[in-house]
Design a protein around this ligand. Structure first.
Ligand SMILES: [Zn+2]
Length: 502
């Protein structure tokens, strides 16, 4: 604890966390308390939300910023980072933490663990002996990744990293690591629901474990599963812990889709259009790096209308010959001949059906008119017997362009009726379909594919983000077409053709 400065009153216990924030002295705490009538952290948060902190005499902008950061109230749409960037930063931090000898284990929590498409800050939970907590907090302050500390408490430190992301690191012991993991993974609403449920069953639930509400005696906390069992619930995957309905509605769900179940990548761009790698280099890389893949689909943009970064229709034949050549060298049909074609204003694909028929896989995507209602275009594209999949269906670019207006019920009904798949495009700034639309599509019986839409070799890992979206949308293996062998995909295409020819 800091000792109060001369002439300053001691910090009241109810506002103690405020005193652990960088550059905030008892004098400032007193000013906030006096001038705003703030007597608890709850009051303080209301005052921050109502922008009243800015009216306090003697409180500097940097102090206000530190207070907002410490209570996670600084975030705006622009301060959120894509899941991909946050994962890379989070993994780096986990690696750094695991090198401290005191650390028994560490895990991501918060929205990063839940796999949200954008992340406010990196939440991490560390397990170590109670006796080492203080020692570790000092080490964290001096860690290479740390730019500066915003707030520090007995079991918690809030850091601004050198990459300017915020990391909240909480400490737990073996005895309550699972309880803390469950509590801090959230969402806040989900944790609150668990708390109420615990109360109704005669327990008290918090980051330090599940306790008997009468005696205060510790009941469980080492593992998340221990707490779920005590509450009479099935374990719920972190990606589904968003709202309280998920507690009961998703109780008897089959296992969620996992990355290991994918058997191929369904959208890849090469240096024949806007990608940077050759077909041969991609095939070599994927067959070594993703040995679970049985097929990969090359889907360069083919267009006669767009001048740049596309494959002109007259080159399709040459590209097909190259795919055949590389397949010949590999001694298999590993590389499939796909295409991404534009959906025209009318909803028809730009390429004529006699051309589309030559491909193993046809993705049709909207690349123009991002503001109009595109329901009719998407439905019309589904109705084409040779369109197998709608690419990045909502058209959003996270942080840049909102999705265009669409009546999704109608589009997903059309997709289900015509046997057309919808893409979960895994590029970090697309993640399209998003989690909510994935769930709606699955409810309507639409099949989905998860693909990378890669332009370089490094992009193939993006599919893990698509898997997160699918899991958040409660997808199981059967919902994702490319968990099947190529024969199953061929059957899916044949079924559509037959359906539309009737
Ligand atoms: Zn596209």
């Amino acid at each position: 604890m800091k000792s109060p400065l001369k002439n300053s009153p001691p910090i009241p216990a109810s506002l103690a966390p405020l005193g652990r924030i960088r550059d905030i002295t008892p004098r400032e705490v007193f000013a906030i308390q006096e001038q705003l009538g703030v007597n608890s952290i709850r009051d303080l948060i209301v005052a921050i939300n109502n922008k009243r902190l800015e009216t306090v005499d003697g409180l500097k902008p940097v102090q206000i910023k530190n207070i907002k950061r410490a209570f996670k109230l600084y975030k705006t749409a622009g301060s959120r980072v894509p899941l991909w960037d946050a994962r890379l930063a989070g993994d780096e931090l986990l690696r750094a933490l695991s090198q401290f000898p005191e650390v028994e284990k560490a895990a991501l929590t918060g929205s990063l663990r839940r796999g949200k498409d954008t992340i406010g800050d990196i939440d991490i939970l560390v397990q170590l002996n109670e006796a080492d907590h203080r020692k570790l907090l000092y080490k964290l302050a001096r860690m290479a990744q740390t730019d500066h500390i915003i707030a520090i408490g007995p079991h918690h430190v809030c850091i601004v990293l050198r990459n300017q992301l915020q990391a909240d690191i909480r400490l737990a012991t073996h005895k309550y690591f699972g309880a803390s993991l469950l509590y801090y993974t959230g969402s806040a609403q989900y944790s609150d629901t668990l708390k109420s449920l615990a109360t109704a069953k005669g327990f008290r639930f918090g980051p330090e474990g599940l306790a008997d509400s009468q005696t205060g005696e510790y009941v469980a906390g080492e593992r998340e599963t221990d707490i779920y069992r005590q509450l009479g619930l099935d374990y719920l995957e972190p990606e589904l812990r968003e709202d309280h309905q998920s507690m009961t509605a998703l109780q008897s769900l089959p296992p969620l889709i996992s990355f290991n179940q994918l058997k191929g990548d369904m959208q890849i761009h090469t240096n024949w259009s806007d990608g940077s790698e050759s077909i041969a280099a991609i095939a070599k890389y994927l067959s070594h790096t993703f040995p679970q893949y049985q097929y990969i689909v090359i889907t360069d943009h083919v267009s006669a209308k767009r001048p740049n970064h596309v494959l002109p229709p007259e080159d399709i034949f040459r590209q097909t010959a190259e795919i055949n050549r590389v397949n010949g060298l590999m001694g298999s049909d590993y590389i499939k001949k796909g295409v991404e074609t534009d959906i025209l204003e009318s909803g028809d694909p730009e390429l004529a059906n006699d051309i589309l028929q030559q491909f193993d896989w046809v993705v049709a995507s909207i690349h123009t008119d991002f503001t109009r209602d595109n329901t009719d275009r998407l439905i019309r594209a589904c109705e084409n017997p040779f369109v197998h999949c709608i690419g990045h269906p909502s058209g959003r670019l996270i942080g840049i362009r909102p999705p265009y207006p669409v009546n999704w019920e109608a589009v997903f009904e059309a997709a289900a009726r015509t046997g057309t798949a919808m893409e979960i495009n895994s590029r970090p700034n697309r993640l399209d379909l998003n989690d909510n639309l994935v769930r709606l599509a699955v409810d309507k019986g639409v099949k989905l594919v998860i693909d990378s839409d890669a332009r370089t070799l490094a992009h193939f890992d993006f599919v893990k983000l698509g898997v997160s979206m699918a899991r958040r949308g409660a997808c199981c293996k059967k919902d994702i077409l490319n968990t099947g062998r190529w024969e199953e995909i061929a059957a899916f295409k044949a079924a559509k053709l037959q359906l539309l020819r009737k």
